[in-house]
Design a protein around this ligand. Structure first.
Ligand code: CTP
Length: 396
């Protein structure tokens, strides 16, 4: 893995040589670019010795011009880019496309598909400042990956959020990722809404949290991710392409349009099984409906079953089953009926399971597999599920 490593001015830059040493120990090749003020905290000579590569500080460095502009060639050389520590000033420059030093110049030259990771480190008031937070959300919506600073004691004597995480943790964040580079992932999440009239609908309690965690984790591992989402109140995960839908019919259409290029499809959406046969125009008035009102419902198209029927060789299809009784037997029946490679079973009557909460308790069901996981956060469930899929060898 070729890593371009940027260092900004921060007292925590004393950890930078150790981060580079960890990256190299884990198999990376590292080239370093420093901002001029970063050199007040750690010397280029140290970084050159540890990285075993020349270090660039000057935008007009004439020694490293390879076939013209070095910043373009260094940016294209990189498979991943990490800035640790990243200062508030560099975040502000990146959020606004300013390239006034060697580091920001190289970062503005990055091809869009190269993951850029930042580890911000600063004093808590700088971190919480509205300008910093505004820049942070702008960067996140540009697809930049952020490892938030840790809480603790800082060199200034203050304590709070702002510490650079430990070098081993930073190196693992960079290198445990990238394992899904080059893979296309399609995730569906959230509920669907089936309109009854202009103001009413049938839906369910799905929050979308599990699907969004799966999409975020796939993106953090370097996959290109398309998230087809029903209506939820979650922010789109950074760097993930979104298709917003309302109804089961629209979700089916979006999946039919995008399934072909996907290497892995995760159908975590809670799709309505039935939809009103007719949608009334405007608003139905209760006076018109009498004392008993029934709505004729018709079955929605089963998206997962359709994907199972059209699965191409090498494509990995994961279904989700929310069950109360005969959980495993029902999940196995879905696995077979819908031609899935794996079903993620959720037992709705267990604690820490199902819709809404931040935790989940899942069991992985495959043709020859039953793997029950302990209660975990939804993000941890997503990590374990991706570890399982990658470890199964299905994606090689
Ligand atoms: N699913 C789908 N399209 C539908 C209904 C469900 O793609 N119209 C998918 C869900 O995204 C999930 C799985 O199928 O991955 C759930 O299976 P399903 O048999 O529909 O479960 P339930 O809706 O819970 O149905 P049942 O009442 O039979 O348990």
């Amino acid at each position: 893995m070729k890593i371009l490593y940027g260092i900004c001015a921060s007292i925590s830059a004393y950890k930078a040589p150790w981060v580079v040493r960890e990256l190299i120990r884990l198999g990376a090749e590292v080239r370093v670019i420093m901002t001029p003020d970063a050199c007040r905290f750690v010397t280029p000579l140290v970084m050159q010795n540890i990285s075993k590569n020349p270090v660039i500080i000057e935008p007009f460095d004439s020694e490293h011009q390879e076939n013209g502009s070095w910043h373009v060639h260094w940016a294209r050389w990189a498979e991943q880019v990490l800035v640790a520590p990243c200062s508030a000033t560099t975040m502000a420059k990146l959020a606004h496309g300013i390239s006034d030093n060697a580091l920001t110049l190289a970062l503005l030259s990055l091809p869009r598909e190269t993951p850029l990771r930042l580890c911000p480190a600063m004093d808590p008031d700088m971190w919480h400042h509205p300008a910093t937070q505004r820049n942070l959300s702008r960067l996140a919506s540009d697809g930049v990956l952020i490892l938030p600073p840790e809480e603790g004691e800082l060199a200034s004597g203050l304590s709070g959020a702002g510490r650079l995480p430990e070098p081993v943790q930073i190196a693992e964040w960079v290198l445990a990722s990238g394992s899904l580079r080059g893979k296309n992932v399609l995730v569906t999440a959230g509920p669907t809404r089936e309109p009854i009239d202009g103001v009413r609908y049938i839906s369910n309690h799905s929050s979308g949290k599990m699907g969004y965690a799966l999409a975020a984790e796939a993106r953090a591992r370097g996959a290109r991710v398309l998230l087809v989402s029903g209506p939820v109140s979650l922010a789109p995960p950074p760097g993930v392409e979104m298709v917003q839908v309302e109804t089961a019919g629209q979700m089916l259409e979006a999946c039919q349009q995008h399934y072909q290029t996907a290497d892995v499809i995760l159908k975590s959406a809670a799709v309505a099984d039935f939809t009103p046969a007719q949608v009334a125009a405007g608003k139905l008035k209760k006076e018109q409906l009498g004392q008993d009102w029934s709505i004729a419902l018709e079955k929605t198209g089963d998206i997962l079953a359709w994907l199972g029927q059209h699965k191409r060789p090498g494509q990995y299809l994961v279904g989700f089953a929310l069950e109360i009784q005969n959980a495993e037997a029902n999940a196995r029946a879905k696995l077979e009926r819908k031609n899935c490679d794996l079903v993620v079973l959720n037992e709705a009557n267990q604690p820490d399971s199902g819709f809404g909460g931040d935790n989940n308790t899942i069991t992985l069901i495959g043709p020859e597999l039953r793997q029950a996981l302990p209660p975990l956060s939804k993000r941890q469930c997503a990590q374990r599920l991706w570890d399982f899929i990658e470890g199964s060898g299905a994606l090689t």
